[in-house]
Design a protein around this ligand. Structure first.
Ligand code: MRU
Length: 355
């Protein structure tokens, strides 16, 4: 485990507890989820976020539905469909709900089987994340060797650490492994407006782990790349098509373009559960979440006394458009770091692994 917590766990009463990510890095607040409706709310309001953890909470949410509705499989399915729709882009959500419903469909002991399956999904993520760390770290070492680097500068976007997939993340897993292996490294952390997952969460994780990092405004990466200050980029993903296009937090595409223009390796790290075999052209086929424009207008933080504050930074009356994700086309991706190894971002290579 990288941090002192997991992002979610079952308490002694078998209710789900989650670390409320909306209050980090300033406050470690725990929220108890007792019902399927609680799980839907926690995913939609971003108490929990990040593709892997959304999938975990959705799986646990189906288990909570089994606690509420007992053997009533029809009711569980109806409510689970609402859970499945609580955010549109991260495919791990749909994957986890479908897997839970398949188990429930065949079960003679719905409650016990739902609990066991939800726990299994979480435990599998621990193994996936560990494997992604080792495989991704080998790439870090290879790049250092090729470029004859004594120290490597890695840029990442959003948060794809242990808050996003237990226990080490996807994009951050190779970074944690490199830290373990004693590799000299510095991480550029995109702040990731408007919700600031980089500034709030990735920086918090890296500080906790004692990993050298610097938070930068989102538009800084291109400049750094032009001045040889970034050796590689690693991000996570919310959905990767069978042809290798990757949806991730808004702004990822621009980093990939800048990396491509400057000949910098651009990797996406993901568990196999983030592949969407149904889609190919990500730009046309992946639904991009639209979030409240308030997230553009209002900054949240704490004042000098440590009191939570919200500040409007835009003129009253100006419109805001809050696109949650964008799609990086496969041609801009150097490789996909998965628990099964590095996959080339093309249909033939991906089909071999996932279909
Ligand atoms: O809106 P969020 O915070 O859920 O978006 C998260 C990301 O974009 C992550 O990079 C992605 O989920 C990969 S984390 C395993």
């Amino acid at each position: 485990m990288q941090g002192q917590y997991r992002p979610l766990w079952l308490n002694e009463n078998s209710a789900l507890e989650v670390l409320d990510q909306r209050y980090l890095p300033h406050e470690k607040r725990v929220r108890v989820l007792k019902s399927g409706a609680d799980a839907i709310e926690a995913i939609s309001d971003m108490t929990v976020r990040g593709a892997g953890v959304i999938g975990n909470v959705a799986a646990m949410g189906v288990y909570l539905l089994a606690r509420e509705f007992g053997d009533d499989k029809k009711r569980i399915r109806e409510e689970a469909m609402k859970l499945r729709a609580s955010r549109p882009t991260a495919v791990n959500l749909m994957w986890a709900v479908d897997r839970m419903l398949n188990v429930i469909e065949k079960s003679d002991d719905v409650l016990a089987d739902a609990k066991a399956e939800a726990i299994a999904i979480c435990d599998e993520d621990v193994k996936r994340s560990e494997a992604i760390g080792k495989i991704g770290c080998n790439i870090i070492e290879k790049i250092m060797e090729e470029k004859k680097l004594e120290k490597i500068n890695i840029l990442t976007h959003c948060n794809a650490g242990w808050l996003a997939i237990i226990d080490s993340g996807t994009a951050l897993a190779p970074i944690y492994e490199a830290h373990k292996r004693g590799i000299d490294m510095h991480v550029w952390v995109d702040e990731t407006r408007p919700r600031n997952q980089g500034a709030n969460l990735t920086s918090w994780e890296l500080s906790d782990a004692g990993i050298d990092h610097t938070i930068i405004a989102d538009n800084t990466g291109g400049h750094l790349m032009q001045h040889d200050m970034v050796d590689m980029v690693i991000t996570g993903a919310d959905r990767v098509t069978r042809c290798g296009d990757a949806a991730n937090k808004i702004g990822t595409y621009l980093k990939a373009l800048a990396a491509n223009d400057n000949g910098i390796p651009f990797y996406i790290a993901l568990p196999l559960s983030t592949f969407d075999p149904e889609s190919c052209n990500g730009v046309e086929e992946i639904e991009i979440e639209m979030r409240s424009e308030d997230e553009i207008h209002i900054m949240r933080g704490i004042d000098k006394e440590g009191k939570a504050q919200e500040l409007r930074i835009t003129p009253i009356g100006s419109k805001g458009a809050n696109y949650g994700f964008d799609v990086t086309p496969a041609r801009l991706i150097t490789g996909l770091i998965t628990e099964e190894g590095i996959i080339e971002p093309n249909e033939t290579a991906i089909r071999e692994i996932i279909l």
